[in-house]
Design a protein around this ligand. Sequence first.
Ligand code: 26V
Length: 745
Amino acid sequence: MDRDRLLETFKNIEVTDKTAVELYKEISSACMDEIMGESGKTPERCAYYFSVEYLMGRMFFNNLLALGVLNEAREIFARKGFDLNAFEDVEDAALGNGGLGRLAACYLDSAANGGYPLYGFGIRYKYGLFRQKIVEGEQVEEADDWLKTWGDPWSVRREDENVEVKFADMTVTAVPYDMPIYGKSVNILRLFQAEGSEEAEKISEYLYPADDTEEGKILRIRQEYFFSAAAVGQLVKRYVKQYGRNFSHFPEQHVFQLNDTHAVFAVAEFLRLLTKEYRLTLPHAVEIAKQTFNYTNHTILPEALECWDSKLVEKVLPEIAHILTRLHLLAKREWNACGYPKEETAEMSIVRGGKFSMANVAVYISGRVNGVAEIHTKILKERLFTAAYGHAPEKFLNVTNGVTQRRWLMLCNEELANFYDTRLGHGWRKNLPAIEEIACDDGDALAAFARIKETKKAQLAAYIEKREGITLLPDAVYIAQVKRLHEYKRQFMTALAILRIYFDLKEGKLPDFTPAVFIFGAKAAGSYKRAKEIILFLNKIAELIANDAEVNGKLQVVFVQNYDVSYAEKIVAGSDVSLQVSTAGFEASGTGNMKLMMNGAVTVGTMDGANIEIVEKAGKENNYIFGATVEEINALGGKYDPVKFAEEHPRIKQVTDTLTDGTFGDADGKLKDLASSLFEETYNRADHYYVLYDLLPLVDALLKVDEEYKDRTLFVKKQLFNATHAAFFSSDRAIRTYAEKIWKI
Ligand code: 26V
């Protein structure tokens, strides 16, 4: 790529009489010309990432940074009187709902930057994850028509590579849109758009359509098969053109990574093609598949482990249902021949209770199965896939997640990046572990870092003011909990802890309390009622505190609307404290925890997911670990009785009473339902997530933070230590591990 030529093009772009949208398209397309000029032919061996989510966020600034022209571009256009920050209004490409999708985006970034040939496949949804508004404390969802205003100058439609995808009742055209990912190599994210009849086009309309009806389930199955089959079909066809029907070289050239179970139909489609179209025997096709596929698990929540009713699959994809059934029998025979006990073969079975277990297909077929943090992989081995692990321990490995420092440090915290440049030179930009060289007890470094934190906090405050119309308390510690809204993540527990602090303040028990601002950002899945009730509760607490003159100078709660990648960029850079308080054993890894750490936030967290590795690198003494461990929770067994527990702890009871005593009014029973989740058996056991059990330890941890924050030097030192010990959590390291241990690319 010719940097000077690109800058020359920028200089020649006329800005007068052009709208921001026109300029956006013109500048982007100049970049695209350079990038596409670079995307050459694909190497012999490539890795392919299959994911139903990609949370790319805003590509503009990222790509200009990758091209090495961001600062010059800012200057060039500023001189013409145009501020590139106008493009902060460009919609995020939010084709994902959380950690799994953002991880995919970070991995594409790191692969390109490391020069690893990794190509992504997914769906080009017409609407991304809904846009969220808060109206009277409640979440309101609006369609995210992300292409409407700014279009998508970062993708190229490739009709010459269309694929036909066949269902029992219709044939759909999968039209590829290629988004280049620029780095040392130029890789491609290929998203398929469904075209054809009105029914066909529904397939790529929405991300995760509700699957509580049969119709919804069918649509989900169609989506998953649609992009998997398009991708596999294309790759197999290209291979056959070169090698004919001898598939023995296929695994030498292709390695597939299933990002969770959403693309497991790719396995079935692969076997279908090889057996039906190319006449291999099933055992032979399975042998090839076993050398090609790998699977990453991202959750142990039973409700998220996909099982599709075999009758439904039969209805829309009869050949696929048939091949999965044959695969089931073949696997059974294999296990029986090995003499495995019945309970174990039942646990590993592909067909279970009339359903296809997509995870069991993935585990059976995959050469490698990985979890996303040490503790999570341990749980996969010991609890989720016990039998499979027992019989093939060599299959299982851990690859702890990572995040890209290009977006989550260089782009969102230019000030911190400059700080590293000043002290270390530019080398760290290609080799993140170099930041460990910063001396965290050096007075100058600490003072400089403290100033940067203040700057980033002020920027965040200004942004929140602009977006939410809320002025943050001055001289406060900023404490952030930003992530999907889920019961296991326990935003509810944080809410109760804040109420506890509120009462303590009112009762005069905290005379030296440093002002604290709690910042929440979270979307609740449209059909997840209880998650929405938690959002309401948080907003009610925010309002109660804001209207109480006795405490509103000391405590503040802000629930930001429409939390997304771009909002995250502001929040991770501008927070002092990162809340990672999931019930131990439930958060597979977390990646927000890494982003906040990388920007120098200390963690208040449980021993769960990657938090464990975070404190291993940055020291328990520099973070605030609290709460029950996995072992403690297991040891509690059925002995934990939350009703009794609350009775025994008046400090708990006082806050949980607010859910039912009218403190917040509750005509529609939403807060009462939250109380039920604690004290009654509903769809889960009473207090299934140990919210009350860990509540007072959380309060203590927060009060300790508040106390220690007063000693600014001490606290900033902890922050800097975290920031400079975050290199392990770079997705460059994670991708290198995948490349070396799994992909062999
Ligand atoms: C949950 C739900 C629930 C409601 C509707 C749609 C939906 C879709 C997906 C999921 C969870 C999928 C798994 C997932 O996102 N896991 C996250 O993966 C991250 C990357 O590995 C990891 O850091 C998080 O801990 C894990 O929760």
